[in-house]
Ligand binder design. Structure first.
Ligand code: NCD
Length: 299
């Protein structure tokens, strides 16, 4: 499952289902009775893995898996293709996170069961994007016509890459990329935006663009993808969203963040009604429930 696997109409059905699950959880409590989800996480994760596990458990299904490559046969040298062939015998659906870009895709080609990409290196993170889109759609009522500021590590942040790829499909989206020079959005994304004639700007100062934003997507500087500690230390606190900066924003601007947060949003902003990041985490469970049901053909 990758960002563009679903059409806009299919995404809409998925979000409507997620909203129904939110309103009516009891109606879905046994929807996956007897089904098994395998979570294969070759890279650290808290919320993505646990939200998948919570989603399957809330649907009445069961979960097996590993949370650390060292405790799987990858440590013995097994390929993801072989691992997934075997897991296909044990589970009905699999969520896979891997440090190598494209690994979940390779696995899905050899798999008899649906494989969901739960993050592949600095590449994509499609289920976080589903979470982001569901949050925006539920809180704002639509997904088109927004000026969205993406701020922080736009180079290594896979959630950013997936979200841009998804939002280009909604009319009148305008992107403002806010990052230090070293952490700019990758060229292949800039090329794609130019090709599609989607308006975008690249800026360094958050304050300058704040008043124009409908949505602000903050991100953490991705420490684990840096080649040297010195660069990370220099860039990690480049942006700190605080109450003073929030006074520059529209009254109905939403602040999103995939979490985990480090220093890029000060905790005082959590009390602001525009801070949507903890609700986002909650929506992550509903959307993964909807995704599991859809991929298992149970929706
Ligand atoms: C993100 C990720 O893993 O890429 N986290 C998440 O899944 N919620 C963002 C991050 O780690 O910064």
């Amino acid at each position: 499952m990758n960002p563009l696997d679903f059409s806009v109409e299919e995404l809409d059905r998925l979000f409507t289902l997620a909203n129904d699950i939110e309103k009516n959880p009891a109606a879905y409590a046994h929807a996956c009775d007897g089904k098994i989800l395998a979570t294969c996480f070759y890279e650290p994760s808290t919320r993505t893995r646990l939200s998948f596990e919570s989603a399957m458990t809330r649907l009445g299904g069961r979960v097996i898996g590993f949370a650390d490559a060292n405790s799987s046969s990858a440590a013995k040298g097994e390929s993801v293709s072989d691992t997934i062939r075997v897991i296909s015998c044990y589970a009905d659906i699999c969520a896979m996170r891997h440090p190598k870009e494209g690994a979940p895709m390779v696995a899905s080609e050899k798999s008899r069961i649906p494989v969901i990409n739960a993050g592949d290196g600095g590449h994509y993170h499609p289920t976080q994007t589903l979470t982001d889109l569901l949050t925006i759609r539920t809180m704002k009522g639509h997904l088109d016509g927004f000026t969205i500021g993406l701020c922080g590590d736009l180079k290594f942040g896979r959630t950013v890459h997936s979200l841009i790829n998804a939002l280009v499909r909604y009319p009148n989206t305008r992107f403002i990329f806010i990052s230090p020079e070293e952490l700019r959005v990758p060229d292949y994304i800039i090329e794609m935006l130019k090709e599609k004639n989607i308006p975008f700007e690249e800026v360094i100062r958050l304050e300058d663009v704040m008043p124009r934003l409908d949505l602000l997507y903050m991100t953490r500087v991705q420490k684990e993808r840096f080649f040297n500690e010195e660069d990370y230390v220099r860039l990690k606190d480049f942006y700190v969203l605080d109450v003073a900066k929030m006074t520059l924003a529209k009254e109905d601007m939403l602040v999103l963040h995939p979490l985990p947060r480090v220093n890029e949003i000060s905790v005082e902003v959590d009390e602001d009604p525009r801070a949507a990041y903890f609700r986002q985490a909650q929506y992550g469970v509903y959307v993964r429930m909807a995704l599991i049901l859809t991929l298992l053909g149970l929706a």
